[in-house]
Design a protein around this ligand. Structure first.
Ligand code: NAD
Length: 271
């Protein structure tokens, strides 16, 4: 039976990508509700027309509670306060939730953890399948190469990004540091300048590039004497995140209450 999906933030950048990803998904998923904040000029718009296609017959609404009973899974890419409020509606109706919203405070994160006592909730700061697979490959590379290599993480993003290094680069650093039994806070080196001295092998270096319209490039370099391994991921469109989120939603349907992430969706935590 088709998995019935809803999207909150349907008219946002990710929302529109999600409408497209669901329409084009090879899996048996269907978009049954598209929700925007009340007051949005796009409430009432047809979701097909919203993405420049022929009308779908599904229109954007502004009341999640009115449509929640029709859903198996809600996909939420909005903003932190909205995500927490939407999680409460999901809890009330026992509907699973995929959360892509970033920038939650610790307290808001705790509210989502509480929600996951009642519903299945999958949360990830990066839903790209490639990035999540890269995390697994990085763990394996760090474990095999151990303390014999220098490790550097280089990331590039568009000129509008306001934080550095990216959350994904930091997550990559965490994965590598954990595999090597190091504490990232103690070993991270963020950029170098001037008389830096020779490199300490236990450090993990980060370098950041900000330029043009780069969606997101990450490379982790494992450099030894005589050889170098580089694991790279390059995102060229937000569709990478949307497709991962739809994959997560399909996987989550019917799962027991609890906290999940993309490592679970991709089967990296199975027995
Ligand atoms: P956006 O501003 O383009 O879209 C957000 C949409 O949410 C807007 O249309 C807004 O009107 C809507 N919204 C706000 N409150 C709402 C409510 N109560 N109910 C329904 N809709 C509501 O932003 P975006 O670029 O689409 O990003 C959204 C979030 O997703 C951000 O937190 C961003 O960092 C995150 N994001 C995560 C990933 C990932 O892989 N996890 C990838 C890209 C973006």
């Amino acid at each position: 039976m088709s998995v019935r999906l809803g999207i909150t933030g349907a008219a946002g950048r990710m929302g529109k990508m999600l409408i497209e990803a669901i329409a084009d998904s090879p899996s048996d998923v269907s978009l049954v509700a598209a929700i925007e904040r009340s007051g949005s000029s796009l409430v009432g718009a047809d979701t097909g027309e919203l993405i420049g296609r022929s009308p779908s017959g599904t229109h954007v609404v502004d009341d999640l509670a009115a449509v929640i009973a029709d859903l198996d899974v809600l996909i939420d890419f909005t903003q932190p306060e909205a995500t927490v409020a939407n999680a409460l509606v999901c809890v009330e109706h026992g509907v699973a939730m995929v959360v892509g919203t970033t920038g939650l405070t610790a307290a808001q994160g705790d509210q989502l953890k509480s929600a996951a006592d009642t519903i299945a909730l999958c949360r990830a700061s990066n839903f790209s399948t490639g990035v999540n697979l890269a995390f697994k490959l990085l763990e394996q590379a760090a474990t095999v190469l151990g303390d014999e290599v220098d490790i550097e993480i280089v990331e590039a993003h568009h000129r509008h990004k306001v934080d550095a290094p990216s959350g994904t680069a930091l997550s990559m650093g965490e994965v590598v540091a954990t595999a090597l039994d190091r504490n990232l806070e103690e070993v991270a080196v963020y950029g170098r300048e001037g008389q830096t001295g020779a490199r300490d092998r236990s450090t993990i270096g980060f370098a950041t590039i900000r330029a043009g319209d780069v969606v997101g490039d990450h490379t982790v370099i494992f450099a030894a004497e005589g050889e170098r391994l580089e694991i790279s991921h390059k995102a060229s469109s937000r569709m990478a995140f949307a497709r991962g989120a739809v994959r997560a939603a399909q996987w989550l349907a019917g799962k027991a209450p609890g906290r999940y992430d993309m490592q679970d969706v991709l089967g990296f935590r199975e027995g």
